[in-house]
Design a protein around this ligand. Structure first.
Ligand code: NAD
Length: 251
């Protein structure tokens, strides 16, 4: 193993030694080793498709068709993704009672898959592994949406109960943040002793406000990311390296 990785692992182990109620805040970087590209790295999703914002989704049937076409293309590409070394490390810290919660910006469902219990997981941007009706809130499984989409010749289906627009249970640009998830994330952040920001470029607000909030409340801040972030200068420990390499043996 590289000397830099070894010394970063030691520094992290030192800082986490007395952690009792940590919070891990994760972004797309924790899932890249699982084969899911992030948004902002070269070749990331951002550079390929301009995201469809909430207003466009609501107001245009063609945009809804396009959104579902993209979702099923993603399913074909990453549908079989499994949790990686980072997800597994955080699940161990949760199981050991050292981490109070995982707060994630990801929508890929991999923290659940790694065994983080629902009451200790906050999905700030929702979850793309199922869909809901924007009018009545009814949940629709992806398999149902897929079957309707195919039957309609590649058109977005409407809600089976009220004919409202059906969207993945994710938060799009321009869509309100989920109130309950924000409240839980703030509470966990307020109460934590160590805040670990992992694999996020920390530029998407309001989510990116959490590291600052934690620091203000006296938590130690750790940033693990391949590239520099705006918050590096505030952190007690910054590690610019591969997440899986760093977290692999964390206990
Ligand atoms: P981002 O793409 O803005 O930032 C990811 C960061 O992770 C980058 O700074 C990159 O350098 C770093 N990174 C990537 N792979 C890494 C690795 N193996 N080791 C260390 N660092 C690594 O992602 P974000 O901050 O999460 O914001 C993007 C938004 O996109 C979020 O809102 C999220 O909902 C969404 N998104 C989610 C997924 C997913 O669910 N897996 C994927 C892409 C985008």
């Amino acid at each position: 193993l590289d000397d830099d990785i070894k010394s970063a692992r030691r520094a992290l182990a030192g800082l986490l030694g007395d952690m009792r109620a940590g919070v891990a805040f994760t972004g797309a970087g924790i899932s890249t080793e699982c084969g899911i590209p992030d948004f902002r790295s070269p070749g990331g999703l951002w550079t390929r498709n301009r995201p469809i914002d909430f207003e466009a989704f609501l107001s245009s049937r063609e945009m809804r068709d396009e959104a579902w076409r993209r979702r099923f293309a993603m399913e074909a590409a990453f549908g079989g993704a499994q949790p990686g070394r980072g997800h597994r490390a955080l699940a161990r810290l949760i199981a050991g009672g050292r981490l109070a919660a995982v707060v994630t910006q990801n929508i890929d469902g991999l923290h659940q898959a790694s065994g983080v219990p629902e009451e200790q997981l906050v999905e700030l941007h929702g979850n793309s592994t199922y869909a809901t009706c924007l009018a009545c809130g009814l949940r629709h499984e992806l398999s149902w949406v897929r079957a309707r989409f195919d039957a309609l010749g590649g058109r977005a289906p409407d809600c089976r109960a009220c004919d409202g627009p059906v969207k993945t249970a994710t938060i799009s640009f321009g869509q309100a943040m989920p109130v309950e998830a924000m409240t839980r994330a703030r509470q966990f952040t307020h109460d934590c002793d160590v805040f670990l920001a992992i694999g996020s470029s920390l530029v998407v607000y309001p989510a990116a406000g959490f590291p600052l909030e934690a620091k203000r409340n006296g938590a130690r801040l750790v940033i693990i990311n391949r590239e520099a972030t705006e918050f590096d200068a505030l952190a007690d420990l910054v590690i610019h390296a591969d997440i899986g390499d760093i977290l692999d043996e964390v206990q």
